[in-house]
Design a protein around this ligand. Structure first.
Ligand SMILES: O=C(O)[C@H](O)COP(=O)(O)O
Ligand SMILES: [Mn+2]
Ligand SMILES: [Mn+2]
Length: 545
């Protein structure tokens, strides 16, 4: 994996720093755009003074099945880190179902065999068609196949979305699905929704930011402990009248009959966690798998056949049983740099820590070289982020400035969570504040990079804060009869900025790339560090002056 020295690009005399402004896209409209509304004098100046190009960050440009699919942190950071586009989980699972490959694998066989020996088959996962962590069509296909293969009892544990899809769309999924289940149900096939709750309240924590979410999920899905309702519809409508919260924040619920939970997970059952994306699947998978488990008082571990939709962590091989092979993301930027003796520093706050490490390195949680790499996690607040829209951007900047000034690192990368995490709350004012907080940090950071004779790449993994209101089919902001807008909590399809900030550049942006995207950044970084990029990496964004 030796990299050739570039004949065209002298190495940048100072550090090269990739700054990912998570969830900061470029919207074609003003209305509802928190990025444009915010007062961001530093970012505005950088974008007009230095070479800048928009990058594609959604759809096929990041390995999603179609250009209707928005980008997300996993596919975005995979593309940054791999310098190439790989078919991603959403696409691989859909293909595996379409070809029937999934049903031929050992994991599916194990799951079905367990259920046919008298166990119940449980499906647990994110219940929407967001296609970021999961897709409801995959669930449908598995239900139909299980029925066809003679499984007799199935229970569903549904995590309500409201984050990758409309903020109050849960019933748009639940109601038709109940009808579908009525069609599917028969004397021989007992299928029902058994538990659920909002995805930001139970089960889908990531990067160990808040294990109590997983504990609440465990109690609800496995132990059947929680507030009881007769149906998911009743749970959702009841909570909505009692609490002023959107779907992702709805509390957990247990479906019960005569006071008894109808779908506890017990010895001899099989469990499929049907999310394909790993960050929010790892903790609950660990709870189902690890014999010695300390993050919370789990109680007795039921002896179940557990399968993930994919393997979520290639380094720890978690979970060992999985339905679809993950993309084989190899020879990443991080690995090349490590094998060529280049020191690296990666930093973010908890909520995005794995984005610049695990996702960046092709969904591997470990390092390539302990001595050359430093990974820093600033603990995130555990609060609704609309209450702290500045999040930890100042603390991250403090640490990053220290790392740059230390002179120890040639390549640094940082993810600032604000545009995305606050964008997901749907709170426009908070998203504007988030952007302004971020701008203050750029004003501190960029001069330090330039003083060190370095180069900064300012970019983003996908849009979010750039569209805070739902749009109609024509792409205009949707308004009701009173002119009110509806909050949009999901990512956008917009491109993201690529700004190249350097004191004395000996290069300029290439003009012959028709639709550059996130996967073009890795080769650019290698060139800035004075290396040729590997032949199969997507083209660099720069050329010599
Ligand atoms: O997991 C989440 O928070 C959302 O589904 C996607 O956001 P991310 O891709 O920016 O993490
Ligand atoms: Mn993101
Ligand atoms: Mn996001």
């Amino acid at each position: 994996m030796k990299l050739a020295k570039s004949s065209q690009f002298p190495p940048c005399p100072g550090p090269v720093v990739t700054i990912v402004l998570d969830g900061v896209g470029i919207s074609p409209r003003e209305d509802g755009d928190a990025v444009k509304t915010a007062r961001t004098p530093t970012l505005d100046k950088l974008m007009t003074t230095y070479p800048m190009t928009p990058l594609r960050a959604h759809g096929t440009a990041v390995g999603m099945p179609s250009d209707e699919d928005m980008g997300n942190s996993e596919v975005g950071h995979n593309a940054f880190g791999a310098g190439r586009v790989f078919a991603q989980g959403a696409k691989l699972v859909a293909e595996s179902i379409a070809s029937g490959h999934l049903w031929q694998g050992k994991a599916w066989h194990d799951v079905v065999a367990t259920a046919k020996q008298g166990g119940c088959l449980h499906f647990l996962g994110l219940f929407s068609d967001g296609n970021v962590h999961s897709h409801i069509d995959h669930l449908r296909a598995m239900l139909e196949q299980a029925k066809q293969e003679g499984v007799s009892k199935v229970r569903l544990h549904i995590l309500l979305d409201g984050r990758d899809v409309g903020e109050t769309s849960a019933l748009d999924y639940v109601d038709p699905f109940e009808e579908y289940l009525t069609q599917l149900r028969s004397e021989q096939f007992d299928v029902a929704i058994a538990s659920g709750g909002g995805r930001m309240t139970i089960t889908m924590d990531r990067y160990e930011a808040d294990w109590s979410m997983v504990e609440r999920g465990w109690d609800i899905h496995v132990r059947g402990l929680g507030r009881q309702f007769a149906s998911a519809h009743e749970a959702i409508t009841t909570y909505r009248t009692e609490l002023n919260v959107i779907d992702q924040d709805l509390p957990g619920f247990v479906i019960a009959k005569d006071g008894q939970a109808i779908g506890k997970i017990v010895d001899g059952d099989a469990v499929v966690f049907f999310n394909f994306r790993g960050d929010r699947a790892i903790e609950i998978s660990r709870a189902f798998i690890e014999e010695q488990f300390t993050p919370f008082a789990r109680g007795p571990l039921p002896n179940v056949t557990y399968a993930g939709m994919m393997q979520y962590d290639g380094d720890t091989q978690l979970p060992p049983r999985f339905l679809v092979e993950p993309p084989t993301i190899d020879r990443t930027l991080g690995e090349y740099l490590a094998k060529n003796g280049v020191s690296q520093y990666a930093i973010s706050e908890t909520q995005k820590y794995g984005h610049v490490t695990y996702f960046w390195n092709g969904n591997r949680s470990g390092k390539f070289d302990e001595t050359l790499e430093t990974y820093v996690e600033i603990p995130s607040d555990v609060v609704p982020f609309e209450q702290r829209p500045w999040m930890k951007c100042a603390e991250i900047t403090d640490a990053l400035i220290g790392a740059i000034r230390s002179g120890q690192y040639r390549y640094l990368r940082v993810n600032y969570a604000n545009g995305d995490m606050v964008g997901h709350t749907g709170n426009f004012e908070a998203a504007v504040t988030a952007m302004q907080g971020l701008d203050i940090q750029l004003a501190r950071l960029i001069p330090v990079i330039l003083a060190a004779q370095g180069t900064a790449i300012i970019t983003a993994d996908h849009g979010n804060a750039d569209e805070m209101f739902e749009l109609d089919k024509k792409g205009a902001v949707k308004r009701d009869a009173e002119g009110r807008t509806k909050a949009k909590t999901s990512h956008t399809l917009n491109p993201v900025p690529f700004v190249l900030v350097s004191a004395n550049p000996s290069y300029q942006l290439r003009t012959n790339l028709t639709t550059p995207g996130l996967s073009n950044v890795a080769a650019t970084v290698l060139n800035l560090l004075g290396f040729e990029a590997p032949d199969d990496y997507d083209a660099s964004l720069i050329q010599p002056l």
